[in-house]
Design a protein around this ligand. Sequence first.
Ligand code: C5P
Length: 229
Amino acid sequence: MDRAVVVVAAGSGTRLGIGTAKAFVPVAGSLMLERALAPLFTLPSPALVVVVAPATHLDECRALVASVAGAAVAYTAVVPGGADRHASVEAGLAVLPDSVTAVLVHDAARCLTPAAQFGRVFDAVLAGAGAGFVPALPVTDTIKRVDGDVVVETVDRAALVGVQTPQGFPLAALRQAYAASSRSETDDAGVFQAAGGTVRFVAGDADAFKITTPWDLGRAESIVRARSA
Ligand code: C5P
């Protein structure tokens, strides 16, 4: 198989304040991880799926992946995560076979990301001549540069985008970039770029927002209810 998705789901969810691993929090009746995985098994071209889970939740995660994957369960793996997102991504990349050419890295916390967004990023990577690709949306707020509580200047938002996941790359190049990383980057595209890679963007989707706070969880639940109304 030439496509793979690494879903990082090993975060603690401290900012959500629910006291359990974030990916195992229910979102309108289904676990966040279950919602994040569902679109991956509807893609027109199948992909290997690796879930990076908290070490405390491996058995629960394997059962959940099996129930979502159905007949595709043979193409899944569950591995324990690391102390930070960087380590968790590396753990996921490490178990992929070298036959994979395009790998997507996805946050389980962006659990309402539509299947079409995975398709767009895969297509771009496979046609992308070695570049990495991120889904992005225009910035709508006015953005200010600040120093303490002093506003220094307005930043031209026409030159800014907000980026989401899944972020896609040629596997070998992403592995090399992670091996060389200083760990200061905050996303996979940052790691890839720091190693000299070119990153381009494709259209993102408002539903691919990351659940971080209780407000985000409420927003996700409203969207799920609206989708099924
Ligand atoms: O904490 P934050 O929401 O920014 O994390 C983004 C994603 O990275 C989440 O899906 C989370 O589960 C994952 N993560 C991880 N391992 C960590 C920290 C975060 O897999 N140690």
